[in-house]
Design a protein around this ligand. Structure first.
Ligand code: PBG
Length: 323
């Protein structure tokens, strides 16, 4: 035998030399859940190890994460039912606890990259990402709400806006509004290929944001489609996105791969709540080894072509595998 691939696997030193994909804490964005109030740290029942923090507790947690080398965070707010309405007005109230928290985070940690979420669902009495009229999600009127929300978040100091709503034309609309109001430096990480997925369940528990009727299939993508991801990526690129995101990650590694090959923008992938909870449930039963499973999952997403990974495993990865 002339060719013996095992020769390149014979020691750790050689395995390290031929390793094709490297993963680092620097690749990760840690999504965190914010609630109103003080001294609150409440575990999400369907996401063991993940908490809803009040701002004081969140700042402490971020400090610990920064010490571990995590430099990027995405903060999602959980709103009580009484602050929700049909047009998500709380989302651009400058005194709302989410925007105050974003300002506090940027003041405390000016060096971190802070990302925010743009979509109506946490603030909507209908639990949908857009305005609902006669049981339908209305696209163009929603753009106005989304851009007001994005402007309020940019005013609060975020570095990256993450439109997760999947309305048509929102990236271009938000980009032009940001520019008009002097926020040329605020980036957009578009949820480009966001699928109507079963894997968002635990996130909706964390935010109490499940839709009150129907599902999200008229705006989120059909899991059967990949051509459509290319259409979305084309549009987001033309409309000025800085990053293209694929979400969820694990069932869509092929989509990550294709977008990375076809588009010069950095690709990010959202390793979503259900993907986190599946691992934790199996580990709790003693069926999987946590640390190895986490490493392999994150590595696979990177290998598929993602430059950036949003993952609830960020802190534990940093603790276990270091910088
Ligand atoms: C809101 C939003 C969702 C997630 C991120 N932003 C849920 C949804 O679309 O219903 C899911 C994240 C996760 O499951 O971890 N538009």
């Amino acid at each position: 035998m002339l060719r013996r691939p095992r020769r390149n696997r014979k020691s750790e030193a050689i395995r390290n030399l031929v390793e094709e994909t490297s993963l680092s804490v620097k690749d990760l964005i840690f999504p965190m859940f914010l609630i109103d109030g003080q001294r609150k740290k409440i575990e999400v029942s369907s996401m063991p190890g993940i908490y809803r923090f009040s701002i004081d507790e969140m700042l402490k947690e971020m400090e610990a994460c920064v010490k571990l080398g995590i430099m990027s965070f995405d903060v999602f707010p959980a709103y009580p039912e009484e602050l929700k309405d049909a047009v998500a007005s709380e989302s651009y109230n400058p005194d709302t606890f989410y925007l105050k928290a974003l300002r506090a985070i940027k003041k405390e940690f000016p060096e971190v990259c802070l990302m925010s979420d743009v979509a109506m669902d946490p603030y909507s009495s209908d639990g949908h990402d857009g305005i609902v009229k006669d049981g339908k999600i209305i696209n163009d009127e929603t753009l106005e709400v989304l851009s007001r929300m994005a402007l309020a978040q940019a005013d609060a100091g975020v570095d990256i806006i993450g439109p997760s709503d999947m309305m048509d034309g929102r990236v271009g609309y938000i980009r032009s509004q940001l520019d008009e109001y002097g926020h040329q430096d605020v980036s957009i990480m578009s949820y480009t290929a966001k699928y109507a997925s079963a894997f968002y369940g635990p996130f909706r528990d964390a935010l109490d944001s499940a839709p009150k009727f129907g599902d999200k299939k008229t705006y989120q993508m059909n899991p059967a489609n990949i051509q459509e991801a290319i259409i979305e990526a084309d549009l987001d690129t033309e409309e000025g996105a800085d990053f293209l995101m694929v979400k969820p990650a694990l069932s869509y590694l092929d989509v990550i791969r294709v977008l990375d090959q076809e588009f010069p923008l950095p690709i990010s992938a959202y390793n979503v709540s259900g993907e986190y909870s599946m691992v934790k449930a199996a580990v709790e039963k003693g069926w999987l080894e946590n640390d190895r499973a986490v490493h392999e999952i994150l590595l696979s997403i990177k290998r598929a072509g993602a430059k950036v990974i949003l993952t609830y495993f960020a802190k534990e990865y940093a603790e276990t595998w270091g910088r």
